[in-house]
Design a protein around this ligand. Sequence first.
Ligand SMILES: [Zn+2]
Length: 237
Amino acid sequence: MNNKVGAITFSYSTSMDAKNIAIILEDSSGLVNNEWVLSTFDPDLVSVIKNSSNETMEKNIKNWMDLPKNVNNVLAMIGQTSEIEDLWHKCVGNQVISFLEYLYQKPFDFNNISAYATSAPMCDDNPKENEFFFISKNSYRQTWNTTGINLWRKHSLSVIAHELNHFMFYKYYGDLEKTLSASQFLTLKESLIFFSDPASTGYAIERPLRDFYLSLDRNRHSLDEIIKLAVAKLLNQ
Ligand SMILES: [Zn+2]
């Protein structure tokens, strides 16, 4: 169908994993539940994090991950990353990209996107520099429901589709950052996941927009029109 799936390169490194963990733990948007994130980590790593300042956290996490005793974790992450890469290239990549092009009525026109696996249960959600994070099986080891062997794969792939939806939004509607406040822009960006993943619940801040989308006759409005209506709604609040 197309070779756009090849624009995405999948990899794992402890430096990027540590970077993602530091970003989500330092997030100030109010959307991250740090206690829950920490509850999914190895208790040793939690001590490392609790004994770090914001300045030293990323480096300390990476150093901990690079310890010889944690080498099996690193190898597992590398294996899980290539499993997801395989699924993306052989099964779902074309579908996801075709769907996003249909939704936005715009080409998926990206080169050299880097997708990094993370052992955290959440991903930094601000894809601006052609890179994003996705979830690994390791994130499931403690608090996640692991009854279905395919659950982590499904979740990883839905994170990838979620992030690529944001890529399309930034590319074609990034200028709205000038019209909307940072929080309104974030709300709009996240609410659009409703159209690519209707089963997702989203964050509480998106609820009014999601309710609004549900009230619209989807056959009568393009996404472009829907975004214009949503922007008017956000500005009139
Ligand atoms: Zn998001």
